[in-house]
Design a protein around this ligand. Structure first.
Ligand SMILES: NC(=O)c1ccc[n+]([C@@H]2O[C@H](COP(=O)([O-])OP(=O)(O)OC[C@H]3O[C@@H](n4cnc5c(N)ncnc54)[C@H](OP(=O)(O)O)[C@@H]3O)[C@@H](O)[C@H]2O)c1
Length: 345
């Protein structure tokens, strides 16, 4: 008899401040057989995303927090190995947000999207042609109501969401200014992605450089980071500016956030601040995904992936990403052949 052994990463303890790889444990677990309506998937790529840190926090959030011993949540791309959902045949490539940090996932077929062979690499279904890409699209065009000729400033500009935001702004005919950590990321954002400028938030003259880069001030602030970076952009708002509150990654690992000093700018500019969660707008996804894939195929939309090998290295990669250690969409490539044969008779 052959049995497959799954490898899972679970939360062992609540992180105290910064995530530590010791906050996780690797567990071996038998791979279940799919029940009625379920699909068994061998995962090939795991996405690491900042929201996972919010799930590891016992404080109230927009999704339920994890309990000790829970499987780490996460999106994956994989191949269907067995199926009891007639709409998803074995061999299909699928993406799902409920798959978790594991080599094998057994989930309802309704939780999966089949990836059409649409001329873009599979891994992009977790990045530019997946949740982060749709987040950029929805945030910029629907929440930000971006118009041609306006100025957008986006933080974490070399990352999964931010890199798409600035490029979509350029495609729409707007001016795109990025904020990123370090000279290499800033150079990439301008030279490879075509932003008009990118400012290093670590540089001592960050605020002055941001002012120089935004002579017409800022119409859309696409906020991914929060804290002092957010505060610096508030100081540059234009009248009737829209602040797209997408994320606050600099605040996920600390207690109370550093206070904003420039809230007066919200009042004097009659600004609108709106937060959103992309998973609450599922009707929007199909059209946006199609458009994103088209731009990737045409070369108008570029992307970069930062790949870690092996599930066992996911905790350290995740901890690093939350401190800006990633350069591009953070992915984990799972083992080519994770099947462990046991007790073959
Ligand atoms: N609302 C939604 O539905 C939704 C969906 C997806 C993502 N998000 C949010 O979007 C944001 C970006 O997510 P992502 O997946 O694209 O991640 P990412 O940008 O690929 O990676 C996170 C980046 O955050 C930056 N960062 C971390 N700590 C920072 C700090 N203290 N100060 C400044 N920058 C810091 C780092 O970039 P630098 O080195 O350049 O600083 C790091 O590379 C996150 O806040 C996430 O929660 C929201």
């Amino acid at each position: 008899m052959t049995s497959r052994i799954n490898l899972q990463v679970r939360m062992r303890r609540f992180p105290q401040g910064r995530v530590d790889p010791a906050d996780f444990e690797l567990v071996e677990f038998p791979v279940p057989e799919p029940g009625e309506g379920e699909v068994l998937v061998r995962n090939e790529w795991l996405s690491l995303d900042p929201y996972m840190r919010l799930r590891m926090d016992p404080r109230r959030s927009y999704v339920e927090g994890l309990r000790l011993g829970d499987l780490m949540p996460g999106g994956t791309v994989g191949v269907v190995v067995a199926s009891r959902d007639p709409t998803i045949p074995p061999g299909a490539r699928v993406v799902g947000t409920r798959m978790g940090w594991q080599l094998w996932s057994c989930v309802p077929g309704s939780a999966l999207r089949t990836i059409a062979d649409n001329g873009v690499p599979l891994s992009t279904a977790l990045g530019v042609c997946g949740m982060p890409g749709v987040t950029a699209h929805y945030g910029l065009f629907v929440v930000g109501r971006l118009r041609r000729g306006e100025t957008v400033v986006v933080s974490a500009a070399s990352g999964a969401v931010g890199s798409v935001v600035g490029q979509l702004a350029r495609i729409r005919g707007a001016r795109a200014i990025g904020i990123a950590g370090g000279a290499a990321k800033c150079r990439y954002v301008v030279e490879a992605l075509g932003f008009d400028d990118c400012i290093d938030h670590r540089s001592p003259d960050f605020e002055a450089r941001l002012a120089d880069a935004t002579p017409q001030r800022v119409d859309v602030q696409f906020e991914n980071v929060g804290g002092t970076v957010m505060d610096a952009v508030l100081a540059r708002l234009n009248e009737h500016a829209r602040i797209v509150l997408c994320g606050l990654v600099s605040e996920y690992e600390q207690g109370p956030a550093s206070g904003l000093r420039n809230t007066r700018e919200l009042l004097v500019n009659r600004a609108t601040l709106q937060a959103f969660i992309v998973s609450e707008h599922l009707d929007y996804w199909p059209g946006a995904l199609e458009e994103l894939a088209q731009w990737v195929r045409s070369g108008e939309l570029r992307y970069r992936e930062d790949v870690t090998e092996g599930l066992e290295n996911a905790p350290a990669a995740f901890a690093s990403m939350l401190q800006g250690g990633n350069f591009g969409k953070k992915l984990v490539r799972l083992d080519d052949d994770p099947v462990i044969e046991q007790g073959v008779q």
